[in-house]
Design a protein around this ligand. Structure first.
Ligand SMILES: [Zn+2]
Ligand SMILES: [Zn+2]
Length: 661
């Protein structure tokens, strides 16, 4: 009997046999997505191969539907799915659902392509600096000789990494090779996409979560056939099924968006390395603040470091001044006299200011002055933020919105007041201090983010705004020549989060936001307000001493046994019942501890611990952390995947999570 081996995206570690549908030859089924029935559900799955079954009594269901006309599953996608399933604790079916999106849809009739005319010359035709040229030469040489090298392009802010990328893509294109370029938050980088599309016309595809199922299908098939040669996109664009893949660029490689949190918790950089090895392609990781692990790899010559040590035209790096808030009482004005003077000075010269605070809303909490109770989200163990326009209390984790209580819900006192500051409060205060200045605020609260992003970009560029206030989304990417001052209202927002990466993230954020000024003809200045002026993340950021920061941070990580000195897995145990979450986490911990001991799997097990946010969306959470080398962690994590003794409790495993919070 001829049967078809199908990978189904369910957490059952096997493939399933189905009969080919009636009237369709088995050869026309394999390599395509199919719909099959499993346990009463219809699931989009992957027909892998034809097999002969000896058992003629076997009762098998037929495949319900063949979804694709053409083959979508390649040898590489199967091999890649195998790699993902072995390294990120999931099944082949779940991994394939990552590599080949189950949701993409074939259009009913052929869509006419929009004609894009290729431009003859490069729109970025100006000459490269010596450092840029050196970078381009090295990358091109590797691409042209299939040397499969990985480069870390470490270039300070405004050093012209983008031009290097464009020239490298241009070269790959001329060599008739394909290129993938990953950009964090692609929907917010319209300008770059426009440049590339203008240059390479219909050979470019843009892939992100915002495109439709039909667009996805079209892009996928065009990439597979070679009609598209360049794919720009967010994390999942790394799976673009190019055949002649010559170059993979990952811009801002330190960004956590390249790590998928849900199952399978893959890292796009790791997928890039795997694909590069298989296809003999070159990888470029670019950043002004490389991740610790990438920098360590470069220092150990596992990858090649390329430096762009200077800004374009030898413009100076902005001067960073630290203003200590150590003896300043909490409450009162958010800005010191020195900061206010500096802003006033810049505004009087008709230059522009960026004011940065990585916290949205008006205030992060409201507190009763009488009994000290803080108003908490009913669904999460976090305080609700006060928002002024429209006036409300909001949970930044689950979106719950409440009216501001007239009296304290605990003691009925009327003495309820806001505590701490967010971007709305900064905007308010700036408005009072500088009534003539035009201020624009950009953060996660501004409705229709994409439009506001464009509005902020064009407004500042065309001098319609004097001050731009915002959260981390104004910290990167923006290139405004007339911004000469950056004020960081509170440099400490992420410094003392209970996470091993908090210093690294603080250093990166300060460096990135500082890089937003002095990009034009006038040198820039940065003011950092902090209560921890002596912290090494802050002192090294001030000195632009990347190397010293990383050396010190690496020492800390080694001492505390954290990545990159070990690998880590985060196991999250979730239940709506707090007791059950706790009990099951303990049960799982004892199970894993026993396994580790009896099978002599050398790992360090921590927990079960109450995470920073213990309750989220009405679900209680406990964490178990496994530290050790990857092989051992995966061995143990595999047991978690197959442990079925916790009915009603959700257990997830994240390999190398971007945080342990
Ligand atoms: Zn009270
Ligand atoms: Zn909430």
């Amino acid at each position: 009997m001829i049967v078809i081996n199908v990978a189904v995206a369910v957490p059952l570690n096997k493939t399933f046999y189905y009969l080919p549908p009636e009237n369709i030859s088995p050869q026309d089924v394999v390599g395509k997505r199919v719909r099959v029935q499993l346990g009463g559900r219809f699931i989009t799955s992957y027909a892998l191969e034809i097999t002969q079954s000896e058992d003629s009594n076997l009762k098998l269901k037929p495949i319900t539907e063949v979804i694709d006309d053409d083959v979508v599953i390649t040898d590489e996608s199967v091999a890649l799915a195998k790699y993902i399933s072995e390294n990120y604790v999931c099944t082949i079916g779940e991994a394939l659902a990552c590599v080949i999106p189950p949701a993409m849809k074939k259009p009913k009739r052929k869509i006419k392509d929009v004609e894009i005319i290729n431009e003859e010359s490069l729109p970025y035709g100006f000459s490269l600096t010596a450092a840029q040229k050196n970078a381009v030469d090295k990358i091109n040489k590797s691409v042209n000789s299939n040397a499969a090298k990985t480069f870390l392009l470490y270039g300070v802010t405004s050093s012209g990494k983008t031009e290097v990328y464009l020239h490298a893509i241009e070269n790959a294109f001329k060599q008739n090779k394909s290129a993938i370029m990953l950009i964090p938050e692609i929907s917010l980088t319209a300008q770059f996409v426009e440049i590339v599309t203008k240059r390479f016309g219909s050979a470019v595809g843009v892939w992100h979560s915002g495109i439709s199922a039909i667009e996805k299908y079209n892009l996928f098939m065009k990439a597979k056939s070679g009609e598209i040669k360049i794919m720009l996109g967010a994390r999942s664009a790394i799976f673009t099924p190019f055949k002649n893949l010559g170059l993979i660029i990952i811009d801002e490689e330190h960004e956590h968006t390249y790590k998928q949190e849900q199952k399978p918790s893959y890292d796009a950089r790791e997928i890039a390395f795997w694909r590069a090895k298989r296809n003999k392609s070159s990888v470029v990781l670019g950043s002004a603040t490389p991740s610790l692990e990438s920098y360590k790899d470069a220092l150990e010559n596992k990858t090649e470091l390329i430096n762009l040590p200077e800004r374009i035209d030898k413009k100076p790096m902005p001067k960073i001044e630290i203003l200590s808030l150590k003896n300043k009482p909490f409450g009162g004005s958010l800005l010191t006299i020195e900061t206010i003077r500096a802003i006033s000075n810049v505004l009087s010269k008709k230059e522009q200011v960026i004011v940065f605070l990585n916290r949205r809303g008006y205030s992060p909490s409201i507190m009763c002055k009488n009994c000290g109770s803080v108003y908490q989200c009913p669904n999460c163990s976090v305080s609700m933020s006060y928002h002024k326009a429209p006036e409300s209390l909001r949970c930044h984790y689950c979106g719950e919105t409440k009216k501001l209580p007239a009296v304290c819900p605990v003691c009925k006192s009327k003495e309820v007041s806001v505590f701490g500051a967010g971007t709305q409060k900064v905007e308010d205060e700036l408005g009072k201090l500088f009534p003539k200045a035009k201020i624009f605020r950009l953060d996660g609260d501004t409705a229709s983010l994409k439009e506001n992003y464009v509005k902020a970009y064009k407004g500042v560029k065309n001098d319609r705004y004097d001050i731009l206030v915002g959260t981390q989304m104004i910290a990167k990417g923006f290139d405004f020549p007339r911004v000469t001052l950056v004020c960081v209202v509170d440099a400490d927002t992420s410094l003392y989060l209970p996470d091993f990466k908090s210093s690294e993230k603080t250093f990166q954020l300060i460096t990135q936001v500082s890089g937003r000024c002095g990009r034009g003809s006038i040198p820039g200045n940065v003011i950092l307000q902090t209560r921890h002026p002596e912290h090494y993340a802050i002192t090294h950021a001030k000195a632009y001493d990347f190397h010293s920061f990383y050396k010190e941070e690496l020492l800390q990580r080694e001492k505390l046994f954290y990545p990159p000195y070990c690998d880590v897995a985060k196991i999250a145990v979730r239940n709506r019942d707090e007791q059950k979450a706790l009990q099951d986490a303990e049960k799982l911990f004892i199970f894993l501890d026993g396994l580790a001991k009896s099978f002599e799997i050398h790992v360090k097990l921590l927990g079960p611990a109450t995470p920073y946010i213990a309750k989220l969306h009405n679900t209680h959470r406990r964490h178990i952390i496994i530290k050790g080398d990857k092989k051992n962690i995966l061995k143990l994590a595999e047991f978690v995947q197959n442990y079925k003794q916790l009915p009603g409790t959700h257990v997830s495993v994240e390999i190398m999570p971007s945080d342990l919070i």
